[in-house]
Design a protein around this ligand. Structure first.
Ligand code: ZN
Ligand code: ZN
Length: 184
């Protein structure tokens, strides 16, 4: 296991909290978003501020971390490809088990358990999971986005009455083009 960097923005030092069950500490910090925080079509831009409000609580087995994260989102509508600017707020909770009281055989059996490493908590996997879970599978600019016209690609939101009376006959299309652009 690689050591965590205590100065990394998403690494928390729990030493001040102590290990007496019940002791609590509130931590608020703003950190730059790591790369690829989100999904391909909707994510927190790398380096954008992520506001974290965290509560650390010592319990018998380790440290319980409860928090909220808020940040801006950038992406594009899955139907009409219009840029999306949105805000995200997620909550998360995770128990980080003391690495020195848990025997290694147990730890190997269960990869799902988050561990403290030298009293440090790595928030990044937690934040990533919370953000990805909160995002829609197909982001939309608005819930009832009608998308693009399948024939000409116009954004139907901009032109609600948009319709084609009949498929354009290729011969007429050629004529129309001539009329519109006589120099051609
Ligand atoms: Zn849209
Ligand atoms: Zn059309």
């Amino acid at each position: 296991m690689n050591g965590l960097d205590p100065r990394a923005p998403l690494v928390l030092d729990t030493r001040e909290l102590g290990r007496r069950p019940g002791s609590q500490r509130e931590v608020s910090r703003t950190v730059p978003a790591p790369a690829d925080l989100g999904i391909e079509v909707l994510s927190v831009p790398e380096g954008a501020p992520v506001e974290l409000d965290l509560r650390l609580e010592a319990v018998m087995e380790g440290v319980l971390v409860t928090g909220t994260a808020s940040a801006v989102l950038e992406g594009e509508c899955a139907r009409c490809l219009e840029p999306i600017h949105d805000e995200l707020e997620v909550t998360f909770q995770e128990l980080f088990v003391y690495d020195d009281i848990r025997d290694s055989a147990d730890a190997e059996e269960d990869d799902e358990v988050s561990m403290l490493q030298d009293d440090l908590v790595d928030l990044e996997p937690l934040l990533r999971d919370a953000v990805v879970l909160a995002l829609p599978f197909q982001p939309l600019c608005q819930d009832d986005c009608p998308g693009l016209c399948p024939e000409c690609g116009v954004r139907l939101i901009d032109e609600p009455d948009h319709a084609h009376e009949a498929p354009i006959d290729p011969r007429w299309a050629a004529l129309t083009k001539l009329e519109q652009d006589p120099t051609d």
